[in-house]
Design a protein around this ligand. Structure first.
Ligand code: AQP
Length: 344
């Protein structure tokens, strides 16, 4: 019987304005997992182009996400860091999954509805089929665990449905090749920690997002200390002091968000943060948050800037990572072709 290894895969789109939500919800989790898992971290440039990208900015942003991965502590020698478009098997398996997934499944995806908005007829076909490519990204490595923020939960569920349907559709061929437990694993989402959904600093009901027109809504990973301080001081709050227990955060989304950010940055739980800061006015809590955010995020931003000064080094890391990723992806996709009856 052929066993499945525990393998982590995840990615970030190079669409600019990398922010604290991307860091706390995803990149910081990626770094933690490298001690216990074999990890593959991708800069998903083919996802980025589902919405038009300026080519020069796309190349810059691809290097910047790579720099963020490394600055956050991911080791590109022990693990794999690469950009998606260098490994053609992602797009090839995505086509197979375009033929596996059902239109009804994609019609339920809330991210497409949000991103396409009212102008749905004019959205790219790529934006609609995005979740199928995401399933291919994960399954072309037969990855078992996927660290993501809360907003990607629905796409992960779809990846599991696609894996399950492929395993069912070709169960006979898969068993004949010696896979007793299906060919694709059903990948598990890893949505953990106090900051799986960091909210906008200007509106506690909206997720912190790269595309928010207000730069004050997010802390960018490249912001300097003064900018971080200004954004936290200007963050929307309410007039009440902080409660002493998490129950007291109900109906106070902005307060809940700042406490969640504090917790994630300090490695404590929200309960622990409130045990120390309960009763504090926002003016003093915000000052403590500024100090913490500058202490934790400042070195990451500085390291990113340093790495961005040597783009040849970043490109070499991506090239090396892509070659190693291809070594895993090519045999998996070759097996998929065999299973589906596509002559190699
Ligand atoms: N606000 C957030 N809180 C926690 N996690 C978040 N993630 C994104 N926003 C938050 C997680 O970051 C990872 C990479 O996201 P992405 O770059 O692939 O795309 P995204 O989710 O579309 O990012 P944005 O900022 O929300 O971009 P726009 O503005 O284009 O919609 C993912 O694991 C995601 O969950």
């Amino acid at each position: 019987m052929i066993e499945l290894k525990q393998r982590v895969f995840s990615g970030v789109q190079p669409t600019g304005n990398l922010h604290l939500g991307n860091y706390l919800g995803a990149i910081a989790r990626f770094a933690e997992l490298q001690n216990s898992h074999e990890c593959i971290y991708c800069v998903v440039d083919l996802h980025a182009i589902t919405v038009w990208q300026d080519p020069a900015s796309l190349a810059h942003n691809t290097r910047e996400v790579t720099a963020a991965y490394i600055a956050a502590g991911i080791n590109p020698q022990d693990h794999i860091i690469f950009n998606q478009s260098q490994v053609a098997e992602h797009a090839e398996l995505a086509w197979m999954f375009n033929c596996t997934a059902r239109i009804g499944w994609l019609n339920r995806m809330t991210q497409f509805k949000e991103k396409a908005g009212k102008n749905r007829e004019n959205a790219s076909v790529g934006l609609y089929a995005y979740p199928n490519l995401m399933a291919a990204d994960i399954l072309v490595y037969r990855a078992t665990h996927v660290p993501v923020g809360e907003d990607q939960k629905q796409h992960l569920e779809l990846s599991r449905d696609i894996a399950q349907k492929f395993n069912n559709d070709f169960s006979e061929q898969i068993a004949d090749l010696g896979y007793n437990d299906g060919f694709f694993p059903l990948p598990e989402p890893l949505i953990t920690g106090p900051a799986t959904r960091v909210m906008s600093l200007r509106d506690g009901s909206k997720k912190m997002s790269k595309s928010d027109p207000s730069d004050l809504s997010r802390i960018n990973l490249t912001d300097d200390a003064d900018t971080i301080a200004k954004k936290i001081r200007k963050a929307k709050t309410d007039p009440e002091p902080l409660p002493s227990e998490t129950d007291g955060l109900k109906g106070r989304p902005e307060a809940e968000n700042l406490v969640g950010i504090f917790a994630a940055l300090s490695g404590a739980s929200a309960d622990e943060v409130l045990r120390t800061h309960g009763g504090a006015q926002f003016s003093s809590f915000k000052q403590d948050l500024v100090n913490l955010a500058v202490e934790k995020m400042g070195p990451i931003g500085a390291e990113m800037q340093k790495l961005m000064d040597d783009t040849a080094h970043i490109d070499a890391i991506l090239g090396d990572g892509a070659a190693r990723a291809r070594e895993i992806a090519a045999p998996v996709y070759a097996e998929v072709k065999k299973i589906a009856g596509l002559i190699a």
